[in-house]
Design a protein around this ligand. Sequence first.
Ligand SMILES: [Mn+2]
Length: 302
Amino acid sequence: MTAADLETLLGDNVASFPLTAPRWPEPEGNPRRSYRTVWISDVHLGTKGCNAELLIDFLDNVDSETMYLVGDIIDGWRLKKKFYWPSAHNDIVWRIMKRARRGTRVIYIPGNHDEMFRQFTGLNFGGIEIRRAAFHDTADGRRLMVLHGDEFDAVMLSHRWLAFVGDSAYHLMMGLNQAVNGVRRRLGLPYWSLSKAAKHKVKNAVEFIGKYEEVVARAAGERGVDGVVCGHIHTAEFRMFEHHGRAIEYWNDGDWVEGCNALVEHHDGRMEILHWPEEMKRRAAAQDTLAESGDDGAREAA
Ligand SMILES: [Mn+2]
């Protein structure tokens, strides 16, 4: 994909793109959770597997000073095979660009599925900085290396699970995942991850993930940083490793295909993995409680 293709994809003019209205209007003045930093990755815009509605809900309820897009945001591989770009996917790009205009520092680190953006490393698109990797200093002084994580594929002995992630069978499964959840939503049931359920039954995948986390943490240890944030394997996780007697944090911000996770840094430097379907469930329950107590109040008054 060239810069011209990107402009065609995003509208006539990248700079004016945030000025055009999204199909789903962004709520204004609603209370948003404020974090110092947000990391998201593996959104796979341009595929049926992307949980665009959940991500829109996340973006409309969360704000941060800095936002890292840790790769595989747009699935260029898939788009090349078959063009699929629903308005909800446009709305996500719109919201991210709007956020950059509002003053959030947005750093985009392309992954292997959006590697066509790696040629723009060092450039700035509508306020979004494109980087190959980044170093992030937390509020409490830890230094974290931020990268997508496909850099480590070559050193992994077995990447059968990864090959599966890029595979047609996986995309079929993710399409099915969306269909199942469409039905579940209509029945009022919460989001459920099909492939997450399948993955945990596959011993090979579990072994692979464990090994991947180790390899990435070791690389961070060798760089002398306190930890690493990556994506790529669609498995949100926090683990502590040791490298020559030093503690190394491994953070994976998950994905928006199966888990729908984000990694956040609170204003004091504390970090947390959010499982957005659970956050939505909790919010709905809190609203129900509020509505019930409101009814009680009305009844008492009557
Ligand atoms: Mn990837």
